[in-house]
Design a protein around this ligand. Structure first.
Ligand code: ADP
Ligand code: ZN
Ligand code: ZN
Length: 713
């Protein structure tokens, strides 16, 4: 007997080799297990992909050295899912499988171990001599086992071990083990219950729940999951942002206790490995996490829920460039389970699919307790600037004062990290740029460093201009650190907490900030887009968006959609419980439809208007898009290469395809990116052409990237 082993030599190119099986390990061979194999003069790890009875007689094969896993890491479903990904995204199998596994299990890596603790158990009751020994035995009678570390009298313990009265057992433990007090689930309102019933009574597999912010979608998800667990099946819940997982997990723990595994980037490798094992062993029924939790290795899935389904973080931006919704659909097909997409502002693609009955559309357009959606004010900052107000409009100041008096909480959103946007020499006008990128540096006052937000480069703020030696170095524009400073200055007694990727880089900081704000240890939460979505605070009655235009200025066909979604989401953060909510959006484009329509939370009209524009411009959902990119350190070589590709695409693809480009983007980290965009409806010819192109780029100097449904154009 022989096996086909997928080995990792290059990440872009799959290599399958045949090995023979020494008879001693024959019964350990299972598809989906890792093995160690000889390769040239070295040994490497690989994955068993298949078993063969016969091979060509002239093929020389070597023996497998050892089987690493007792249980296969990947079952049939996962092996096939990898193949699906490889075919859909034109990525290699090896990158697909690596994405499915926690890093502790990845190939050729130092392994993060399983954590153990030593426990003491009773073996046989016998008379003992000392009081200390008797104490240990008494405790064991009460507790069945004691942690070795909790026994202080080691001498007595050793004696008992020696006499074979007790025994020491090394046992596996999980790093995360939370015990939350359980609560009864909320009783669904009749509107919520209607949504629940529509899902479970329907034969449809994919449901899009458009429920406005605060309509109680999360409670419906929990009820659906409870129902799934009752039938002995399992559930995956996906959320777009780690900041949201914190609150969601604590809500879920109150209902489902320890029946939950969590998977997100806030965990370390060991914790992730433990959570993964809980799922794989079937010890929990629910997995909650970010994008990659869609690969949670459940064997009997009943439901996958994708909350805030419109979020771009569901698309992975590096290889394999997968779309979580595609993967979820594929997994649900295999398990015959349901997929729930939920959002107050579904992506145009999803809503269009629901409208054409590819998904079952369920709408929930009323908040819990019939609470009104908050009132939204749009402030034209052009007028305010003339009056000398740059950070906060007059209305914003007035409302903040009002909330301070009423002791209600405030959230302020500013989508700009750091202290200043850029650093400028007043004398000669140069802007300080990153040496590795064509990007200006952002000053961070906290660390007193100018940092590049693209490659991470950092340097001290110079006292003198490197070009003209002038000392007139100016910090221009307002980032979130500066806004923090100004707010503290304006409102002396206001307790402000800031939440952005700088203040949350330490482990556990998300939880801390969210819990502290929830417990009203602070009056104002100032944050980047991190605070815009999903959070649920009872006492927040005012939300201010300082730069409502932020996403409008991004050159992307989705910039209006992103802006509308963000503003509607933010607007949903206020007035969720007993208080009435008020929203202020400060903008330089008060007449843009993405902004005016968000004033009335008017998804329906936004959808219709945006669809007309997309249709006219031939953009998704009226077509699909794939980006073909060349990444090169050398500008000229990259330029030459992308032109070759562009020409090839235009020659090979017929009139049904639109090829745009090539374009080049700013230099980032000393690399240049060039790209062609293809708009298409039919993938057959396209895939053939792309596969052909792919064959030419296995070298490292110039890289090819193929990105279906790219989040950035
Ligand atoms: P969404 O996810 O749609 O924004 P949530 O599920 O977070 O809405 O619900 C909004 C608020 O209403 C939460 O504080 C939640 O606890 C509360 N809530 C939801 N459903 C009910 C219910 N049936 N009874 C009482 N309170 C509810
Ligand atoms: Zn200068
Ligand atoms: Zn840089």
């Amino acid at each position: 007997m022989y096996v086909n082993v997928l080995v990792q030599i290059s990440l872009s190119d799959d290599k399958l080799f045949t090995y023979s099986i020494p008879s001693v390990i024959k019964n350990k061979i299972q598809i989906g297990s890792r093995v160690k194999v000889p390769f040239g003069r070295t040994k490497i790890e690989g994955l068993i992909m298949g078993v063969k009875v016969q091979i060509d007689s002239d093929l020389k094969v070597k023996d497998i050295i050892e089987v690493i896993d007792d249980e296969p890491l990947l079952n049939d479903e996962m092996i096939n899912l990898g193949k699906f990904m490889s075919e859909t995204y034109l990525c290699s199998l090896i990158t697909a499988y690596k994405t499915m596994l926690p890093s502790a299990l990845k190939f050729n890596k130092n392994k993060t171990g399983i954590k153990t603790e030593k426990n003491i158990y009773i073996k046989e009751y016998k008379e003992v001599e000392t009081r200390a020994e008797r104490n240990i035995i008494e405790k064991l009678k009460e507790n069945n086992k004691i942690k070795k570390s909790e026994i202080s009298n080691k001498k007595a313990l050793n004696k008992l071990l020696e006499l074979n009265i007790v025994e020491e057992v090394k046992e596996e433990i999980y790093r995360l083990d939370t015990n939350t007090k359980k609560e009864e689930p909320k009783i669904l309102t009749s509107k919520q219950d209607m949504v629940f019933k529509k899902v479970i009574q329907s034969d449809d597999k994919i449901h899009l729940i458009r429920g406005i912010t605060g309509s109680g979608k999360t409670e419906i998800y929990m009820k659906l999951i409870e129902n799934v667990i009752k039938s002995g099946k399992q559930a995956i819940v996906l959320v777009p942002e780690i900041a949201i997982t914190t609150q969601l997990i604590s809500r879920f723990r109150k209902i489902f206790g320890r029946d939950i595994a969590v998977l997100h980037s806030g965990l370390n490798d060991g914790e992730k490995y433990d959570e993964w094992r809980k799922i794989k062993r079937g010890e929990v029924s629910i997995a909650i996490g970010a994008r990659s939790a869609v690969f949670a290795p459940f064997s009997n899935l009943g439901i996958i829920i994708i909350d805030e389904e419109h979020e771009s973080s569901y698309k992975q931006d590096n290889n394999p460039r997968y779309n979580t919704i595609d993967i979820a659909i594929e997994r649900c097909k295999k398990h015959d389970s349901k997929l729930i997409l939920g959002s107050a502002t579904p992506s145009l693609e999803s809503y269009a699919r629901a409208k054409t009955n590819k998904y079952n559309l369920i709408e929930l357009l009323e908040r819990i307790n019939k609470k009104e959606l908050p009132h939204v004010d749009i402030i034209d900052m052009k007028d305010e600037l003339k009056k000398g107000h740059s950070l906060l409009s007059r209305k914003s100041i007035e409302k903040i004062k009002d909330r301070i008096q009423k002791k209600e909480q405030i959230m302020i959103l500013l989508n700009r990290r750091g202290y200043s946007n850029y650093v400028l020499c007043r004398e000669c006008g140069i802007v300080l740029k990153c040496p590795n990128c064509d990007i200006s540096l952002t000053y961070h006052k906290g660390s007193n460093i100018m940092r590049c937000h693209y490659c991470g480069y950092g340097t001290n703020k110079p006292n003198k201009c490197s070009k003209c030696n002038s000392s007139h170095i100016m910090l221009m524009g307002t980032g979130i650190e500066k806004a923090d400073e100004i707010l503290r200055d304006m409102f002396k007694d206001l307790r402000i907490i800031r939440m952005d990727s700088d203040t949350t880089s330490k482990k556990g900081m998300y939880e801390k900030i969210i819990n502290d704000f929830n417990d009203h240890k602070y009056d104002l939460l100032l944050g980047t887009q991190m605070i815009a979505k999903g959070l649920d605070f009872d006492n927040v009655s005012l939300v201010i968006v300082l730069n409502g235009d932020y996403s409008l200025n991004i050159p992307d066909y989705r910039s209006s959609e992103k802006t509308f979604q963000l503003l509607t989401q933010v607007a949903g953060r206020a007035g969720r419980k007993d208080l009435d909510g008020e929203i202020i959006i400060q903008t330089f484009n008060p007449d843009h439809y993405a902004i005016t329509l968000s004033k009335n939370h008017d998804y329906f009209n936004f959808f219709n208007k945006e669809m007309l524009i997309r249709k006219r411009m031939f953009y998704p959902p009226f077509c699909l898009i794939v980006a073909v990119r060349i990444i090169s350190k050398n500008y000229e070589e990259g330029y030459k290469e992308i032109n070759k590709i562009n020409k090839h695409l235009k020659n090979e693809l017929n009139y049904k395809y639109v090829v745009l480009g090539p374009t080049s983007s700013l230099r980032i980290n000393n690399t240049h990116k060039f790209q062609c965009i293809i708009k298409y409806k039919d993938k057959k010819l396209l895939y053939k052409v792309l596969r052909d192109i792919q064959k030419h780029y296995n070298n490292n100097k110039i890289k090819l990237e193929i990105d279906f449904n790219p989040t950035k154009l």
